[in-house]
Ligand binder design. Structure first.
Ligand code: ADP
Ligand code: MG
Ligand code: MG
Length: 249
């Protein structure tokens, strides 16, 4: 479904990604781990189409379609979802109204009419129930005064509503407390199916106790240097990354 081939990307002429290969199939959960500065967030930005990064070689495709010429919005409409690391506050716009607008923008971009109001309400109700999100939360101003956990709840709600093919969750937030961790994990576990895939980027082994990955990849200095199963995450937790460096050298 998501196919990354020999991906090289630079920022300000500095090469950050140095030949990434990754195949993600429907129904799979992949975890990407690695030391700070390895290029994990850069990889998620490049997949999402962030224009601050220049792809110098290789490709990212979704269901066989090369994404390289597509804007971040177009990629989102094709089914790529990237969690927001720095969510914007929009006072006076509720969680629900923001979501309604986003859904209808996405439909418009695909040549569809607005979703009928009753259908929209039904969808919101269904997803909110699934994720145990209460009405009060849905009417709050977007991100205004949100705790870490509430920001995560909002993100997971957006993910549920947009129903992406590939969700990329970059959990760099050092403020990710146990509450927020559980919200993300429960959300992912409820939303995953054999038709979608999740890429979780984290340096918390702990998150992977709740979201059990099918594959774990270690990203170091812009390359995936090791791949394995969930046991690899445990090994990293125990031994850090130096042994991999030694193995490579
Ligand atoms: P990680 O998420 O693995 O901690 P990042 O992808 O954030 O790593 O960063 C990888 C490298 O790219 C770092 O050396 C970082 O300083 C650099 N980098 C990332 N974004 C930018 C940018 N916009 N401008 C300059 N350097 C950047
Ligand atoms: Mg970092
Ligand atoms: Mg990062």
């Amino acid at each position: 479904m998501l196919s990354i081939k020999n991906l090289h990307a630079s920022v300000e002429d500095k090469e950050i990604l140095k030949g990434i290969n990754l195949e993600v199939k429907p129904g799979e959960i992949h975890a990407i781990m690695g030391p700070n500065g390895a290029g994990k967030s850069t990889l998620s930005s490049v997949i999402a189409g962030n224009e601050n990064f220049e792809v110098t070689e290789g490709s990212v495709s979704l269901d066989g379609e090369d994404l390289s010429e597509l804007s971040p919005e177009e990629r989102a409409h094709h089914g790529i979802f990237l969690s927001f690391q720095y969510p914007v506050e929009i006072p006076g716009v509720s969680v629900t109204n923001f979501m309604k607008t986003a859904i209808n923008e996405s439909r418009k971009a695909r040549g569809l009419e607005d979703m009928p109001a009753n259908e929209m309400l039904k969808l919101i109700k269904e997803k909110a129930e699934l994720l145990e999100i209460d009405r009060k939360f849905l009417s709050r101003s977007l991100n205004e005064g949100f705790s870490g956990g509430e920001k995560k709840r909002n993100e997971i709600f957006q993910m549920a509503m947009l129903d992406p093919k590939v969700a990329i969750l970059d959990e760099t937030d050092s403020g990710l407390d146990i509450d927020a961790l559980r919200i993300v994990a429960n959300g992912v576990n409820k939303l995953k199916s054999d038709k979608n895939a999740v890429v979780v980027i984290t340096h918390y082994q702990r998150l992977l106790e709740y979201i059990v990955p099918d594959f774990v990849h270690v990203l170091m200095d812009g390359k995936i240097v090791k791949s394995g199963t969930k046991e690899l995450a445990l090994e990293l937790e125990e031994k850090g990354y130096d042994w991999i460096k030694a193995e490579l050298a």
